[in-house]
Design a protein around this ligand. Structure first.
Ligand SMILES: Cc1ncc(COP(=O)(O)O)c(C=O)c1O
Length: 454
């Protein structure tokens, strides 16, 4: 009989709680600091930037936080997402390994980002906020936030990194379709944007710059506007825990358990989403798992960054976070995986990495596309360039199993589809893409400006 390919959970199995890794970590993640006083950030100041409910989730150490019913109701549009056994990819690679992937591309925006967008917009609505501002790299987060705002009746303003704004016009159109306003960043609308453009009128932008612009927007219109972030923060990682919780139930349906769990790492939220529920199980005495984060060679935060307190943005407006960082002023090369071009890494992932509970590796841009095409041609799903970092790592692990004759079970998160990234595939097939090396001098320069010296 053929191998089973899809593991589908009933709608009733959408998790009722988000899982918080902080509850199971022996060494807690260092708290955020106020950039002016360098003391722990005060809740009242955090609530000027973020919705009250998001701040409560951010500092919580409870293991389980109840998912509000309107959020679960919205999740029903596409959750539970399917788990697939990649039987065709296994055959193509001729590997003894079993490969499973959790597919988050079925959400309205086409990626995992909607899991947190819905949750954040709901918390904003709950405390009477009317508008939210945000950044977006490749446009996945911006699309998710605009769609969530449309569902809950809020306005959205999205600062989109300029190189992605130009590379991905259809993402822009999607944000606008959902009623959001899109602004190419750096822009002339904010002091932070103007300062960057004065130095470099052709600046290609970065997530760090777009965050500065969105936060400035929120401070200016503070009465009814708050900021939403697509990754990095504890509450965003918390929201994504539904991915791993569902995957655990689906692996049980398959009668299997992963030896290796893989995710692409930009700010860290989809990796944490798939990995932390398994890590929590291991920390509570359950089965051991090997967690692997895959990041771009052009922006190697976990593998070449420094573990230090740093700003989350270029204009130094956000609270300081203890994380692996390449320096907040570092502008990564314009790889097509725009969602992975972030100088820092989620503090909780950085803490987990620091404690030796996970490993990380880099992937070159050309390997990303080669792996994406191998995957698409065997499994029939065209992946986002960001997610393809996880595919590349999964393929390498499966080939390593082949070399060693090992029958490991590999699970990776396919965080989004690449239907709106076809221009990148066109460029790849035309031979116009290259591997980018990041500038070590620029990183050293950015790291020399860390706010707290060793
Ligand atoms: C499809 C997809 N995967 C992954 C990421 C990276 O974000 P994170 O590391 O927070 O999951 C992004 C970010 O835009 C994305 O769009």
């Amino acid at each position: 009989m053929s191998e089973r390919v899809k593991y589908i959970l009933d709608e009733e199995k959408i998790p009722k709680y988000w899982y918080n890794i902080e509850s199971d970590l022996k060494e807690h993640t260092p708290e955020a600091l106020d950039p002016e006083t360098l003391k722990p950030a005060e809740i009242s100041k955090l609530e000027m930037i973020f919705a009250k409910g998001c701040v409560e989730q951010e500092i919580s150490r409870e293991r389980y936080i109840e998912i509000p019913e309107p959020v679960r109701e919205a999740y029903r549009l596409w959750r539970p997402s399917p788990l697939y056994r990649a039987v065709h990819l296994e055959k193509a690679l001729d590997t003894p390994a079993k490969i499973y992937f959790k597919y988050e591309g079925v959400s309205p925006s086409g990626s995992h980002k909607t899991n947190s967008a819905i949750a954040q917009v709901f918390e904003n609505k709950r405390c009477g906020i009317k508008k939210v501002a945000t950044e977006t790299g490749a446009g996945q987060w911006g699309t998710a936030l605009a769609q969530a705002c449309k569902m809950f009746g809020l306005e959205s303003r999205v600062y989109m990194v300029r190189c992605s704004y130009e590379q991905k016009p259809y993402r822009r159109a999607m944000i606008e379709l959902f009623g959001g306003t899109v602004i190419a960043s750096p822009s002339t609308m904010t002091k932070a944007g103007l300062a960057i453009l004065e130095k470099d009128p052709y600046c290609r932008g970065s997530l760090g710059i777009a965050i500065s612009e969105a936060v400035e927007d929120v401070i200016r219109y503070n009465e009814d506007t708050r900021y939403c972030l697509g990754s990095v923060l504890n509450h965003v990682l918390l929201h994504q825990s539904i991915i791993g919780q569902e995957a655990m139930a689906q692996m049980e349906m398959a009668g299997d358990y992963p030896d290796i769990v893989i995710g692409a790492c930009g700010g860290g939220s989809n990796f944490a989403g798939i990995a932390f529920p398994f890590l929590g199980e291991m920390l509570r005495g359950g089965r051991k798992v090997d967690l692997l984060g895959a990041e771009p060679a052009a922006c190697p935060t976990l593998t070449a960054g420094k573990y230090a307190y740093d700003y989350g943005d270029v204009a130094k407006m956000t609270p300081l976070m203890k994380m692996y960082t390449l320096g907040s002023s570092f502008i990564p090369p314009a790889v097509h995986a725009g969602g992975l071009r972030y100088h820092g890494m989620a503090p909780q992932i950085s803490n987990v990495m620091r404690q030796g509970l996970m490993r990380a590796r880099t992937v070159e841009q050309l390997d990303v596309f080669k792996s994406a095409i191998t995957f698409a041609r065997s499994e029939g799903i065209i992946p986002a360039p960001e997610s393809s970092h996880a595919i590349a790592a999964a393929i390498d692990e499966a080939l390593e199993c082949k070399k060693r004759g090992e029958k490991k079970t590999i699970l990776f998160n396919l965080s989004g589809h690449g239907h709106v990234d076809m221009s990148a595939y066109i460029e790849y097939f035309a031979g116009n893409l290259a591997n980018y090396d990041y500038s070590k001098e620029e990183v050293a320069m950015a790291l020399s400006c860390l706010p707290i010296k060793d």
